[in-house]
Design a protein around this ligand. Sequence first.
Ligand SMILES: [Zn+2]
Length: 98
Amino acid sequence: MIRAIYFSDRAKHRDTALPGSLWFSEPADGGVSAMWFYCPCGCGDLARITVGQEHKPHMTGPSWNWNGRTDAPTLSPSVHQLNCGWHGWLRSGYWESC
Ligand SMILES: [Zn+2]
């Protein structure tokens, strides 16, 4: 398990590039945000996924249901990184590989 450290400052997130760390964009219409995160595996990949606050957005591409918390974020369903093959869950602020 690896802690999903939350950054409120986008530049600091990019500078630190800590594996598993997160930054959320300001929510747009319908409480939809982008979650940017460094792959928990340590490969250095910076990924962006679309998340909805307490709902899974209706859209054509993939999206995730986010519990809306930055201190203990949970996403559903699981996250699969295509570049490196990492697959796991973000639950209560921790990444768990599966
Ligand atoms: Zn990776």
